[in-house]
Design a binder for this molecule. Structure first.
Ligand SMILES: [Zn+2]
Length: 134
């Protein structure tokens, strides 16, 4: 049985982070669908099953390049979200000593000490200067 499975999986892409994520989300939605009234129950259930099917399609796929590209895209996206949450956490921790401003031109977040009155802030990234009360 195990050997048969190994033979079947030979030359197939296998499990990656994106497929794991899709499986978790579709299973979660599947559970949620049980608590919904009809006809939403049926629609959400079918959507979840199709999504889960997509995860299996990816696992058994023989198109390695395409699956790798999708997974890389997903990992980049996930990292961006993680970074954003990390930044929010840091901002919250430092809220008593610092204020945070977004650069009006490049949108990067700048940290300045609190309670200095009106100051001129120069963006470290793009050099844009703007004034803010801290
Ligand atoms: Zn800037």
């Amino acid at each position: 049985m195990k050997q048969k499975f190994a033979k079947f999986m030979y030359g197939r892409y296998g499990l990656d982070e994106l497929s794991k994520f899709i499986s978790y989300v579709s299973l979660l939605v599947l559970v949620v669908s049980m608590f919904l009234p009809q006809p939403a129950k049926m629609i959400v259930f079918i959507a979840a099953v199709l999504t889960l099917g997509n995860a299996y399609f990816r696992i058994f796929s023989k198109n390695f390049e395409k699956r790798r590209t999708e997974n890389a895209k997903f990992l980049r996206f996930r990292q961006r979200i993680k970074d954003r949450f990390g930044l929010r956490r840091d901002m919250w921790k430092q809220r008593k000593e610092f204020r945070f401003f977004k650069c009006p031109s490049c949108k990067s977040v700048l940290r300045v000490p609190k309670g200095k009155g009106r100051i001129r802030i120069v963006c470290k990234k793009c050099g844009t200067a703007f004034e803010k009360k801290t």
